[in-house]
Structure formats: C-alpha cells, structure tokens
Design a protein around this ligand. Structure first.
Ligand SMILES: Cc1cc2nc3c(=O)[nH]c(=O)nc-3n(C[C@H](O)[C@H](O)[C@H](O)COP(=O)(O)O)c2cc1C
Length: 188
C-alpha cells in the first residue's frame, strides 16, 4: 500500500531541505565533473547530469551558485564528465567534500587538455562549455561532448532517497550520510 509520509507542503513550507528530500524521490546517476586548474585536480560530484541534444552533442549539469569548485572549473578549456560506477561511493563522497583533498583517495587521469576522468567509471565524456544559463540559485551548464569512452559492463551508481545504490544483483542501499560508502551484501 502507498503511504503519504509528509502530506501537502504549502508554499511557505517549501524550504530547501523539504525540496531536497522531495527531489530525492527521483533516482539519478552520479557524475564526476573535473578538470586540472593551475596544475591541480578540481572537481565535484553532480547528480543533475542530463543528456540534452544529439546533433550537436550536448549534455547539461546544474551547478549551485555557491559552488567554489565550479567557479574554478568554469575557466578550464576542457572538462571531464565521468559517470560513476556503483563501487564509487567513497569517490562521490570525496568529490562532494569541500576543501583541497578531494582527490587524495580517488584514482584519476587527466588528458592532454586537462580533462579529468575517474578510473573504472561507466562512461567518460570529454567536454567543453557550450553555454551557461543562470536559473534560480543554480546555473544550467550546457557542455558540448567532443569525444567519449564507454565501458560496457560497468554498473552505474544510482543516487536515490539521499543514498547510493547499485544496480547489480545483491547490492543494497547505503545512506549518503552516516556511512557514505557502498556495501555489497551477497545475501540480500
Ligand atoms: C551525490 C551528490 C550529487 C551532487 N550533485 C550536485 C549537482 O548536481 N550540482 C551541484 O551544484 N552540486 C552537487 N553536489 C554537491 C557538490 O558535489 C559539492 O558538494 C559541492 O560542490 C562542494 O562545494 P564547493 O564546490 O564549494 O567545494 C552533489 C553532491 C552529492 C554527494
């Protein structure tokens, strides 16, 4: 049976936290958006990734105006987008953290133009910025895809209900907070 847990939220009750929880009902993947900036790796986790257009090849991510990482990435000539795999819970957590050490325990490579790719991902997209549109408290950043690498058989991470999930048989939900990682439970 379906359960209504919060009921109707009036306009005054649509706080960022209420909306964040509500929007988490929509499952998505998680991408790493990353590039070299002044000789150092910079990047962020982004679940707002969406495909936009085939001709030309365009994708988008929505980036919060408060993101200090995006302010730096926005000047990069090329940006790598990696679709994270279901074992990348710790990587997503690191890339979502604030501060200098985001890449300390992340396996990554940069191409000659400075686009950064996370190892063992499901997909790599080598992109440049096509457009950015300020909407509300985010920018919709449209990225042009210049080349890609697909890694067949790599199960993507699924972000839902504020937790990281896998798509393989036997994976189970792991909360985003309170032990952000990913677990494999062969008995579930
Ligand atoms: C699973 C996940 C998805 C996220 N998706 C987005 C996103 O789509 N857009 C965004 O601006 N921030 C997103 N974030 C937050 C950023 O990854 C990161 O926390 C933020 O950029 C850190 O702040 P800073 O950029 O000021 O260092 C996400 C975080 C997590 C854990």
């Amino acid at each position: 049976m379906n359960t209504v847990t919060t009921g109707h939220a009036g306009a005054g009750e649509l706080t960022p936290q209420v909306l964040r929880t509500a929007f988490a009902a929509f499952p998505s993947g998680v991408t790493a958006v990353a590039a070299m900036v002044d000789g150092r790796p910079m990047g962020m986790a982004a679940s707002s990734f969406t495909s936009v257009s085939l001709e030309p090849a365009l994708v988008s991510v929505c980036v919060a105006h408060t993101s200090s990482t995006w302010k730096l990435l926005a000047a990069a000539p090329r940006i790598g987008v990696s679709v994270l795999a279901e074992h990348h819970g710790e990587t997503a957590r690191s890339l979502a953290a604030r501060g200098e050490e985001k890449f300390a325990n992340v396996e990554w490579s940069a191409d000659e133009a400075g686009a950064i790719f996370i190892h063992d991902s499901a997909l790599w997209l080598r992109c440049s910025i096509h457009d950015a549109i300020a909407v509300g408290d985010h920018d919709i950043v449209v990225l042009e895809v210049e080349s890609l690498d697909r890694f067949e058989g790599v199960a993507p991470m699924v972000f839902h209900g504020s937790g990281f999930h896998g798509m393989s048989r036997g994976t189970k939900r792991v909360p985003l907070r309170n032990g952000w990682g990913w677990e494999f439970d062969p008995f579930s």
